[in-house]
Structure formats: C-alpha cells, structure tokens
Design a protein around this ligand. Structure first.
Ligand code: FES
Ligand code: FE2
Length: 372
C-alpha cells in the first residue's frame, strides 16, 4: 500500500483500521479481473498481461478455449511467452518442457532418459481460471500460495435489458495505485472541474445535490434516482421516450462500478473496472451497451474517450504530487463513498483473516449531500 493511501486511511480511524493484515501492495485477491480484450487472443498467439503484479501468458487452445498461466517456466523461470503454443500445449523455449495449457500440468520433459524416475505429471506451471465475458478475458487471481477453492463464482457480466443492443469498449491506464483509481472513479465532486465541456456541464452549473445510498453485499448503491438535470444526454433521452430517466449506480468490491440508465424501453448499461496491474499502475476498462437508436457507437466513443482522457490527465498530474507522500484528506459528504470503499476493503480482508462475517460500514440507507 502506498504511503499516501495509508495516510488517507488514518484519517478515518473508525472506518479504516490503521494496519491491514496484508501489509502488501494492497491488492484484493480471490476475485476475477479483466486481463485483456478477447480480440487480442487469436490463433496460436501467446499474449502477455500483468494482474496484481503477476506476469501472465494467455492464449487460446485449438478448440478456442482461453487459458492463463503464470508467465514463468517452473524449471528456470524463463517466460513461457517466449515459447510456443501447439494446440493444447505450451512448450518452453529453453529446454522444451511441455505443459497442458489449461491445467498447467507438465506433459513432457524431453531431456529425461529411459532410466529417469521423475514423475513429470506432478510438475505444474502456475495457472489461473480463465473465462471470456463481454469481450474480455477474465482471470481469477487466487491468493499466492493457496489452492483454488472447490467452487469459484462466475466472472462478472454486464447487465443488458434487450436482445439487440450496441456494445463498445474503452480503456486507459492510470499511473496510480488501484485505490486512487477507484476513489477517482466514484468521486462526485470533480465533474464540474475535470469534465467541463459544452456537451456535459459547465463549471457554473454546479449546484447542491442530495442522493440516497444503500448498502449492498460487498458494496453500496446510489439508489435509483433521476440523473442530473444539467446533463444534456439525459435530457435528450427524456424528450424521446417521454418517460422519466432513472439511474442506478453500484460499486462492488474489488473494483466494479456499474451504471444502469432506463427510460421506458430505452436503456443504457455500463461497467467500469479499475484493475491493479502493478502497485503504481492500474487500468480502467470501460464497457457500455445500449439500445438507444439515436446513439451510434462512433459518436459514443468520441465522447467516452474525451471523458477518460480527462480523468487520465488528472490522475497523471495527481501521481506527480503523490510521489512526495503528501498528507491527504477525505471530507464529508463528497468523499464518503471513498471512505466506504476503504472500509469495505478493510472489512473484507479482516473477515477473510478471521473467517468471521464481513461487517458492512453502512447500517442502512443514508443521504449524502454535496455540490457538483
Ligand atoms: S526453463 Fe523452461 S524448460 Fe527449462
Ligand atoms: Fe471522471
């Protein structure tokens, strides 16, 4: 965990205990994380990625099934991605050991003679459960040194509300710890400053807001409400359907923010995940789907990229400041979601450590007020 995050956690002793049991990089293990886009893995290609500082090699078997292995040969540690994929098997480039791509099990050591007794099948390369969903390859990152649980939950999927819809993906890297990325994502107060634009909002349009929040498992929800009246896209939607627009925004651990906007039969659904790559680097993966006939993918992407770019530039500037370990603050109410995030995270880690139930930082619905 960075010193900056530690300082921030100290600000709210009740919500965030000073010392976490895992005094490591502050990652949450035993969750699914998006590693790469599905389209990146074609043919016999071996593709590298990094999640939670674990180097991965990903590929697709001859049958089209995706797999993820630790990008390190268990023999001498050379990245397996320098080797080759042959249908079902990854062959190391150094001494040609061959591993079943899906299980990581060693299937052949070419140097063994007829006299050797070594049980090849007892050797495994590191491997991780892997699933494709919404155009991403998700990898389940279990705690280092632990066995995989008997059953693991399905990878998260984007909620859609009709059979036909448009879908698009955007992503950007942030030079920050995942915690900074996440609290930036849920921060309601930066909009009028960072995202000033003619199509979204002006600085002068700042006004007081009151939003209700409620606890949900592993997270919190901004209860269904009518979105900001000063944002042009919502006004358009309301004009077209003639029905009110309702928005529901959820955050759930480890890193997922979803938003669902509905108006009559029209809907828009999006998900942003902030995935730790290294302790000083995270990545936002944003996927959105909608059945709004008047919104072409190309137009959406233009605006989506502007938004992400604005956030990214801000976080690049912030990273410059965080290098010097400044003292930070979280204020009420605008930073309350950030406090909940730190408290949820600490509570999850604690419940995993003790085996006890997870204590939710919220004991019921609460209204937050801020100006944005
Ligand atoms: S290092 Fe991979 S086979 Fe020897
Ligand atoms: Fe933003």
């Amino acid at each position: 965990m960075s010193e900056a995050v530690r300082t921030m956690m100290r600000m709210d002793a009740e919500a965030a205990p000073e010392t976490l049991p895992h005094a490591d990089a502050g990652f949450l293990w035993d969750f699914w994380y998006p590693a790469v886009r599905s389209t990146a893995i074609t043919g016999q290609k071996l593709v590298t990625a990094m999640l939670l500082e674990v180097p991965l090699v990903l590929g697709r078997t001859a049958e089209g099934k995706v797999f993820a292995m630790r990008d390190s040969c268990p023999h001498r540690g050379i990245p397996l991605s320098y080797g080759r994929l042959d249908g079902e098997v990854v062959e190391c480039c150094y001494h040609g050991w061959r591993f079943d791509a899906c299980s990581g099990q060693c299937v052949e050591i070419p140097s063994l003679s007829s006299q050797d007794k070594l049980k090849v099948e007892r050797i495994f390369a590191g491997h991780y459960p892997c699933e494709e969903r919404d155009g991403y390859v998700w990898v389940y990152m279990n705690t280092p040194g632990t066995r995989l649980p008997e059953t693991i939950p399905a990878a998260p999927g984007l909620t859609v509300f009709s059979d036909k819809y448009k879908i698009t993906h955007l992503s950007c890297e942030l030079p920050s710890h995942v915690d900074q990325g996440i609290i930036g994502l849920m921060d309601p107060a930066h909009g009028p400053f960072v995202h000033q634009s003619w199509f979204w909002r002006k600085r002068g349009s700042i006004h007081e807001k009151a939003k209700q929040f409620e606890p949900i498992p592993n997270g919190f929800r901004m209860s269904p409400h009518s979105p900001s009246t000063n944002s042009a896209p919502y006004q358009v939607l309301k004009k077209i359907t003639g029905e009110p627009v309702t928005t529901t925004i959820d955050f759930v651990l480890p890193n997922i923010r979803t938003e669902e906007d509905r108006s009559g039969k029209m809907w828009f659904s999006s998900r942003a995940t902030v995935t730790p790559v290294r302790r000083d680097l995270c990545r936002i993966d944003f996927v959105a789907a909608w059945n709004l006939f008047f919104l072409p993918v190309s137009i959406f992407r233009v605006f989506g990229k502007i938004f992400l770019r604005q956030d990214q530039e801000t976080m690049i500037q912030q990273a410059e400041g965080l290098k010097h370990n400044p003292r930070l603050m979280l204020i009420d109410d605008a930073d309350r979601p950030a406090k909940w995030y730190f408290a949820l995270k600490a509570s999850l880690i604690e419940s995993r450590r003790t085996g006890g139930a997870m204590v939710h930082p919220m004991d019921g619905p609460v209204t937050l007020r801020w100006r944005s």
